[in-house]
Design a protein around this ligand. Structure first.
Ligand code: COI
Length: 357
């Protein structure tokens, strides 16, 4: 499918950031966006890259009422030699389509997803920051725009992609965060939408997140929705725990997100001599293992969060310090290796980086 480029008038060009060290997460957006529509009976039509602008949408659109929405997150990097590269974008394309299937939305052909993002990133490549810890965050999204109040899959969708030059997701940067194991609210149940990247999962997490924040925590760590016993994910990140020579994380059984960074970290941990275990983690065993020092490190992984060390974890009002509460050697090594590949400093032996030509 051809992508039409709508001219960007000079007055629509936004001022560039001047200080990359001040970039927050997702507050500033580039000049253009990709927009493609899907209409019943026609399929995907009118792909275009146009100036970034608000949508005018009917208040009856299905997305506003029944949250028929999915999204993705991936990043573009600009290397010292000027190369622009995306990190494993085909993984996002595939997950987007798995989410689409779960939410009864049309699949976006992988080629359209990738070509659309590549064309947009190329046009906006002067928006990619280059300082360590910064990148261009890309947010593909699909929303249901049919104006009707009956509960049903829409007959009209917008697939759009917006982009934001970003710094670290957590304002503290690459520093240990404190998380609280949530034992009241749940995020997902078997058969639900836990492994789909859909806005509703995030909306329903807000209350627990806010209550945890009031108690001084950065995020909540969700337990499984049936027994409230097994570790799931953090919402913005998958969770991993290092034992002496093992990396342990929750399995992909449908209630947690199949993270691209999670997958990458597990592959990297394997090359560093760690045995990878994807298995149920009982929270009681976990806190006992933290207390006795068997768990040496804890960290989260995610596109936005990259690799985020977890220094403290609280469960039922009791606080547990992981290791010495700082950044452990494995966490540091994984962060350095992953970001080294992403920024083009370390050879990409996995073939993860998709260079734009
Ligand atoms: C990402 O890591 O890309 C996400 O979508 C998580 C979001 C909460 C920022």
């Amino acid at each position: 499918m051809d992508i039409r480029i709508v001219p960007l008038p000079a007055e629509k060009k936004k001022p560039r950031f001047t200080d990359e060290s001040k970039l927050a997460f997702g507050r500033l957006f580039t000049d253009r966006m990709l927009l493609v529509e899907w209409k019943a009976g026609q399929g995907w039509v009118d792909a275009r890259i146009e100036p970034y602008a608000p949508f005018v949408l009917d208040p009856a659109c299905l997305v506003f009422h029944y949250a028929q929405e999915i999204f993705e997150g991936l990043k573009a990097y600009k290397w010292a030699d000027g190369t622009v590269a995306l990190f494993r974008p085909e993984m996002n394309a595939r997950r987007f389509n798995r989410s689409a299937d779960r939410l009864c939305m049309p699949e976006v052909p992988e080629e359209l997803f990738l070509k659309g993002i590549e064309a947009l990133v190329k046009l906006e490549s002067d928006w990619i920051p280059t300082s360590p810890g910064t990148s261009l965050y890309i947010r593909p999204t699909m929303i249901a725009v049919e104006p009707v109040l009956g509960v049903k899959p829409s007959d009209h969708y917008y697939f759009f992609v917006i982009m934001s030059p970003v710094g670290a997701y957590y304002a503290s940067g690459f520093k240990p965060v404190k998380i609280m194991v949530e034992d009241e609210y749940v995020r997902a149940v078997p058969g639900g939408t836990g492994d789909a990247k859909t806005g509703g999962n995030y909306a329903s997490s807000l209350k627990a997140g806010l209550e945890a924040k009031k108690k001084g925590f950065d995020q909540v760590l969700w337990l499984d929705g049936v027994h409230k016993r097994y570790i799931e994910e953090v919402g913005a990140m998958n969770m991993l725990f290092a034992y002496e020579n093992r990396v342990v994380t929750a399995p992909l059984t449908g209630s947690i997100l199949n993270g691209v960074t999670r997958d990458s970290v597990l592959k990297l941990a394997g090359t560093l001599g760690f045995t990878v275990e994807e298995r149920q983690i009982d929270v009681n065993e976990l806190v006992a293992d933290i207390r006795t020092g068997k768990v040496t490190e804890a960290f989260g992984s995610g596109t936005a969060a990259v690799i985020t060390p977890v220094g403290h974890l609280s469960y039922k009002d009791e606080m547990y310090q992981v290791g010495d509460g700082g950044v452990g050697p494995l966490t540091q090594k994984l962060y350095d290796t992953l970001t080294g590949i992403q920024y083009g400093h370390i050879a990409d032996t996995f073939g993860w980086m998709r260079k734009l030509v």
